[in-house]
Design a protein around this ligand. Structure first.
Ligand code: F6P
Length: 509
């Protein structure tokens, strides 16, 4: 940390911590000051951070701190396509796929997406024969985004039945086989590197299944989604069926690229474009808005406050929308793989905590399972609630009304606290209150909204990384375990006594 940073940080830690109740009592305009809307054409999203402990003073200090961390310059570099991932010498150009970034990268990305569009439309028009099912094999960033978007956006109408399979456990693939007719099934092999063992093994097993079920040319059914087309050719994919994307697009930031092929196949190109456009609206907001008015930066201020000043070890996300059931999983990779680091950009150790553990679920289910700890446990857990004003169902409106009232009631209860016993004294029925939450309220959960929501979290993650002076775009922490598994496979195992005994017990050594 530079001196200016240290000083700005010290100023932040010296603030008193008024309670939420005190903050609301002191400022009648608190909600207006800490809420803002992102407009997305016909719809929009409200970001309400008023139930957090951010104050005007804290926001001012955080703005100075972000300046001292070179946030404006780092943000400029991000959108200019300059190197922001120094350990791998790469830019991070996911926003170029949405049309926001360095001009040449935006043009290249548009050309690649045009190629994908042609293939998607050809399939929809029947030019490749009957394609009813797609088995999309990929893992991590090559699966979580597609799975989330397909699940969120194609419930009413799916143009092609998509099954995202990630786990190497054959049980996952068998479930997809059981749901697909081999005669009308295609396979997307999604891997940035085209070397990931889970994906390549699963892909091979899909080919075997097609072959065993009478498909004459299983390889002809493969579409490769990758940043390494040569590897795909070596693996046997026809060059015309390879949809490449740029090396500068990180795995967990790649759903906007050809990795999003199954999304476009399921929801159609127009909606896929809307997903990109929604993300672009958030890009432009994040790029052009300074300080507390920038919704992703403001959220990162709260994240820094709770994690690094109040010592919160986790942050939770509860989606009061069944369609967003996979969002917590997606955010886990985005936030924990990006910011779960212990060293600064220059390699020196970070003092204190970096990324909190991201976890969550769907409301109201989670209320009946884990909210006990949020209300009365000893951990302080900042919570994000995400909901949509428009319902995703056409049942009795009571469903959606109860869903939303519960969402808002939980935020209010966490903040207010109280005692639910008759005499107001029973400690077992006491709620300490003053527990923070933020609410992201969408007008509707359409494709543009989902795009903006995901881009909001990408930029929030980036802003957090800049304020911790860490590189959010590498992920070396996943490598050691992978290498050891390979060593076992190659018979080179020389492990600790416990691991040796486990290998023996399982008949693997
Ligand atoms: O092991 C972690 C990781 O490298 C992720 O970062 C990535 O999203 C995932 O594996 C899949 O990688 P690939 O797309 O190269 O198969």
């Amino acid at each position: 940390m530079t001196e200016a940073r240290d000083e700005a940080w010290r100023a932040l830690t010296l603030h008193p911590d008024p309670t939420l109740e005190e903050l609301f009592a002191a400022d009648a305009e608190r909600v207006d000051k800490l809420s803002s809307r992102l407009e997305l054409g016909e719809s929009g999203i409200l970001f309400d951070w008023s139930k957090t402990h951010l104050t005007a003073e804290l926001l001012g200090e955080f703005e100075s701190f972000a300046e001292a961390c070179d946030f404006p310059e780092m943000r400029r570099k991000l959108f200019a396509g300059e190197v922001v991932n120094p350990t791998e010498g790469r830019a991070a150009e996911h926003s170029a796929l949405r049309g926001v970034g360095k001009e040449s990268s935006v043009e290249e990305a548009a050309a690649l997406l045009e190629r994908m569009k042609l293939l998607v439309e050809a399939i929809h028009e029947g030019a490749l024969g009957e394609v009813k099912h797609l088995i999309h094999v990929g893992i991590g960033g090559s699966a979580l985004g597609p799975a989330l978007a397909v699940d969120a956006l194609s419930r009413d109408l799916s143009l092609v039945d998509v099954h995202v399979v990630s786990n190497i456990d054959g049980v996952a693939l068998e479930a997809a086989f059981a749901a697909c007719d081999p005669a009308t099934t295609w396979i997307a092999v999604a891997s940035k590197t085209f070397t990931t063992i889970e994906t390549m093994t699963n892909a091979q097993s899909v080919l075997t299944w097609l072959d065993q079920n009478g498909v004459a040319d299983p390889s002809g059914r493969v579409i490769a989604l990758t940043a390494d087309p040569e590897k795909a050719v070596e693996w046997g994919v026809d060059e015309t069926r390879i949809l490449p994307f740029a090396e500068s697009v990180g795995g967990r930031y790649s759903l906007w690229s050809s990795i999003g092929f199954p999304i476009a196949l399921a929801i159609g190109w127009e909606d896929f474009q809307a997903l990109l456009d929604g993300a672009a609206a958030m890009d432009v907001h994040f790029r052009d808005t300074d300080g507390r008015d920038n919704v992703a930066l403001r959220a990162a201020f709260a994240d820094q406050y709770y994690t690094r000043i109040r010592g919160c070890q986790t942050r939770a996300v509860f989606c009061y929308d069944e369609r967003l059931g996979l969002l917590p999983d997606y955010l886990q990779q985005l936030e924990m793989e990006s910011n779960g680091k212990s060293v600064h950009v220059d390699g020196t150790p970070v003092e204190g905590t970096t990324a909190p553990i991201t976890w969550g679920g769907v409301g109201t289910d989670a209320q009946h399972a884990v909210f006990q700890l949020l209300h009365q446990g000893t951990n302080l857990v900042p919570v994000d609630f995400i909901a949509s004003i428009a319902p995703g169902d056409v049942l009795d409106p009571a469903h959606h009304r109860i869903l939303l009232t519960n969402c808002f009631a939980q935020g209010a209860a966490l903040m207010a606290g109280g005692n639910m016993s008759a005499d107001g004294k029973d400690p077992a029925r006491a709620f300490p209150g003053d527990r923070p939450s933020a609410t992201i309220l969408c007008d509707d959960l359409d494709a543009a909204t989902l795009g903006a929501l995901i881009a909001f979290h990408e930029h929030r993650t980036f802003a957090n990384a800049v304020m911790m002076d860490i590189n959010p775009f590498d992920q070396f922490g996943v490598e050691l375990g992978k290498k050891m598994a390979k060593d076992i496979e190659g018979g080179e195992a020389d492990f600790d006594a416990s691991t040796e005994a486990l290998l023996k017990a399982a008949g693997l050594a």
